[in-house]
Write a new protein. Structure first.
Length: 250
C-alpha cells in the first residue's frame, strides 16, 4: 500500500558552509547543513570539491542526519554522480542501491522495505521489474499469469516515492483534519498507455473530500510517459492495476 508522508511544507535550503584544507590535498572538504532532504530534521552533507572550482563536487559524498545517521553515500566526478550509490532509511536500514553513469541512474537498482525485505529489483535500461515482492505484485491483476509485469518506467518503488511527492493534500480535508484512503484502478494497454482510471475514497465523512480526485490527478501526471506493458505468452497485453494511497496528517 502506498502511503503519504506526514504533510509538511518544504523548508527552503539552508546553505551554511564551512571548509577546511588538508595538507596538499587536491580537494577541499565542505560541510553543509540543509533541510532539503527531510522537512522534519536537519541533515548534513560532507563532500570534496575541486580546488580549482569549489562549486564542483568531486570524490566521495555522504549525507547524514545531524545525529550522525547515514542517509546516502556515493561518489561525484566533475559534479556528476557516478558508480555505486546507496540510500538509507533514517533507521539505518539500506533503502536503495544502484549505479550512476554521468549523473544518470542506469542498470539494475535494488530497493528495500524499511524492515530490510527486498521490495524490487528494477532494470532501468530495459524498464522492467526483475523481481517484485509478492505484496507489491498484488497491485497487478492476474500477475502470476504474466511473463512480464507492467511497470512504471522507473519501477513501482520510484512510483511510490513520486506519488508521495506529487499528491497534494486536499485543502478542505487538511483544514478539517480529515484523513482517508483513495483507491484507483486503471488499465495499462498493450502499447503502455494508461487509461480507464477509476478512483474511490474512504474517510469518516459522508461527502467526498477530494482524495479520489487528487489521487487520479497524480496518477495521470506520472503516466504521461508510457509504462512497460505486460506480456503473456510472448505477446503484449492490456493489464489492470489497482493502487491505494493513504492520506495522513502529522
Amino acid at each position: 500500500m502506498l502511503r503519504s508522508q506526514p504533510y509538511q511544507k518544504v523548508v527552503p535550503l539552508l546553505a551554511i558552509m564551512a571548509c577546511c584544507q588538508y595538507g596538499n590535498s587536491q580537494h577541499l572538504q565542505f560541510y553543509r547543513v540543509t533541510t532539503e532532504y527531510a522537512a522534519t530534521e536537519s541533515v548534513k552533507e560532507k563532500y570534496s570539491v575541486l580546488r580549482s572550482n569549489p562549486k564542483v563536487k568531486h570524490g566521495q559524498y555522504t549525507l547524514y542526519t545531524d545525529k550522525g545517521q547515514l542517509l546516502e553515500k556515493g561518489d561525484y566526478s566533475d559534479n556528476l554522480k557516478g558508480g555505486i550509490w546507496e540510500e538509507y532509511y533514517t533507521s539505518g536500514q539500506l533503502k536503495s542501491r544502484g549505479n550512476y553513469v554521468h549523473g544518470v541512474k542506469v542498470g539494475q537498482w535494488d530497493h528495500y522495505f524499511g524492515d530490510g525485505r527486498l521490495y524490487e529489483k528494477f532494470d532501468l535500461d530495459k524498464k522492467r521489474a526483475l523481481y517484485l515482492d509478492e505484496n507489491i505484485k498484488n497491485y497487478v491483476h492476474d500477475a502470476d499469469s504474466l511473463d512480464v509485469i507492467p511497470t512504471h518506467p522507473k519501477g513501482f518503488f520510484e512510483l511510490d516515492a513520486l506519488l508521495n511527492k506529487y499528491v497534494q493534500y486536499p485543502e478542505a480535508a487538511e483544514k478539517m483534519g480529515i484523513t482517508g484512503t483513495a483507491k484507483a484502478t486503471f488499465v495499462v494497454s498493450a502499447n503502455g498507455q494508461v487509461s480507464k482510471i477509476k478512483a474511490s475514497e474512504e474517510c469518516d465523512r459522508e461527502e467526498q473530500m477530494g482524495f479520489a480526485s487528487e489521487f487520479t490527478r497524480a496518477i495521470k501526471l506520472l503516466s504521461k510517459e508510457k509504462w512497460t506493458p505486460g506480456q503473456r505468452d510472448g505477446k503484449k497485453v492490456a493489464v489492470k492495476i489497482t493502487l491505494t494511497f493513504e492520506f495522513k496528517l502529522s
